[in-house]
Design a protein around this ligand. Structure first.
Ligand code: SAH
Ligand code: SF4
Ligand code: F3S
Length: 465
């Protein structure tokens, strides 16, 4: 509480600083946040945006802003490269606008080597902070804006929550809600536990209070966020589980849809499946990351399930919740992956009935155990496997997506279709998109749509209410 009061004082002071700056430059102070990575980062960016809007800045869609923040991801090598690519460009913006403030935050700034590189080689970057001290943003921004300091401030451990930060949503009718921070799983390829710290669940009362406030503010759909939502509640003293939390969230009046991301296959409980079954508000979409279909590789990944236990979980889900759309993540070329291991992955893909799969080439992250494994797979072998995997995924995905053709389903309208005049685009409970005739006034509305024609991974439809 003390800290949040302190940050509020910085917000108040920043309002004056920004007001003065506006007068000096003769126009609004514009900000932009470039967000990389997962929904955790997207939600963090909404919180940063909330602070910037509160102190009187205006958001613009391009990076030539007065305050530019990069919220970074470091899960794969190409995520890091993306940041350095951007920095090369925005350096020139700063030459044209010397007042420009460039800040970098997010997961990559939890890595000492990357922070050092920015500190030494990217002198035009004014502000660096990490995921563990994001809640200090008002104080750090004040030091740069009002006191002209270059601020590099990161913390090794999470030492505060960010719940006091007002969020400014990108989409008015949808919102992410953090239910827990960090991860304890230590999959051997993954950097997330090192950059996001240990798992910590938020109190259910706080989560429900946040959801209620969001609904009052017009939100129809929330996505409960955590690296492993199934372990929600561990460490809380009141016996709360993810399943019981979901029930409490579903009970919030006025809320229409609940999604969650990401459940870990090792501990998706029967209780959770039953809660989903009983609650029509819970969307019929389960993202169940496979990573590999080989039990040997899964063990080396420290995933703590086998090919067989994964497949029997998938069977249970299809049996108990036949309308669920299943999606997954798969890594190709994990150290030691043989052709036989890869065949196991292909087999799971052909049996699991995925509606979509995100496929990633294994990326060596220094600091993780797998980076030290000696049997790294050659690039050409990985590329060949990747091609075969994508072809198989596409073949099965369109089959899974076809099955609701001809049905009438509720759709939450998200946007005017940018490619086709007179059409809008919405999302089904199972996460597939539908395009159908309509106009802007439908955005944020739940409507009934006939799924006239499946196009493999989306539908063309027509309103039916
Ligand atoms: N907590 C989630 C995933 C977070 S990271 C889970 O356990 O599923 C999102 C995805 O990035 C992972 O599912 C994995 O497929 C991929 N990923 C993570 N580290 C990777 C690496 N080193 N190389 C390639 N892909 C990786
Ligand atoms: Fe990474 Fe595994 Fe944690 Fe997911 S569960 S964030 S893959 S360590
Ligand atoms: Fe990337 Fe951090 Fe998410 S590393 S995937 S943004 S938790």
């Amino acid at each position: 509480m003390e800290e949040s009061k302190k940050q509020s004082l910085f917000v108040a002071q920043l309002k004056d600083t920004i007001e003065e700056k506006k007068k000096r430059i003769g126009r609004p102070v514009r900000y932009h946040i470039t967000t990389m990575g997962c929904q955790m980062n997207a939600r963090d960016s909404e919180k940063l945006s909330g602070i910037l809007a509160e102190i009187g800045c205006e958001e613009i869609p391009t990076e030539d802003a007065d305050i530019l923040l990069f919220n970074t991801c470091t899960v794969r090598e190409n995520a890091n490269e993306k940041l350095y690519g951007h920095l090369g460009i925005v350096k020139h913006f700063k030459k044209l606008n010397p007042d420009m403030l460039i800040g970098i935050c997010g997961c990559m700034m939890q890595e000492k080597d990357e922070v050092l590189r920015i500190q030494k080689k990217y002198r035009f970057v004014d502000l660096v902070f990490g995921t563990h001290n994001i809640w200090k943003f008002p104080e750090l921004l004040y030091a740069v804006e009002a006191e002209n300091q270059r601020v590099i401030d990161t913390a090794e451990e999470r030492n505060g929550f960010r719940d006091h930060m007002p969020a400014r949503r990108k989409i008015w009718f949808k919102s992410g809600v953090n239910i827990m921070y960090g991860c304890n799983n230590f999959c051997t390829y993954c950097i997330v536990p090192y950059v996001r710290g240990r798992e910590q669940s938020r109190a259910a009362e706080d989560i429900v209070r946040e959801v209620k406030a969001l609904v009052e503010d017009g939100v129809k759909e929330v996505m409960l966020l955590g690296q492993n939502v199934n372990s929600y509640g561990k460490g809380l003293s009141n016996g709360e589980t993810f399943a019981s939390l979901l029930e409490r969230v579903c009970a919030v009046e006025g809320l229409e849809r609940v999604r969650f991301m990401t459940p870990h296959p090792k501990d998706l409980s029967d209780e959770l499946i039953q809660v989903i079954k009983r609650n029509p508000k819970i969307c019929r979409h389960i993202h169940l990351p496979l990573q590999s279909g080989s039990s040997k590789i899964l063990q080396r990944m420290n995933r703590r399930y086998t090919k067989e236990s994964y497949l029997s979980l998938v069977d249970k889900i299809h049996r108990e919740l036949p309308e669920v759309g299943l999606t997954t993540d798969i890594i190709v070329g994990f150290p030691g992956e043989t052709e036989e291991d890869f065949q196991d992955t292909l087999e799971v893909v052909s049996r699991a009935g995925y509606q979509a799969a995100f496929t990633f080439i294994y990326s060596k992250r220094s600091g993780t155990p797998a980076a030290e494994f000696e049997d790294q797979v050659p690039e050409d072998v990985v590329a060949d496997r990747m091609q075969r995997l994508i072809a198989l995924v596409q073949q099965f995905a369109s089959k899974a997506a076809d099955r609701d053709e001809g049905k009438v389903e509720p759709v939450l309208v998200e946007e005017v279709n940018p490619q086709r005049a007179g059409y809008v685009t919405g999302r089904l409970s199972n996460n597939l998109m539908v395009h159908f005739p309509g106009d802007e006034s439908l955005i944020g509305q739940m409507v009934l749509v006939l799924l006239k024609e499946s196009k493999g991974f989306y539908y063309m439809g027509e309103r039916r209410d």
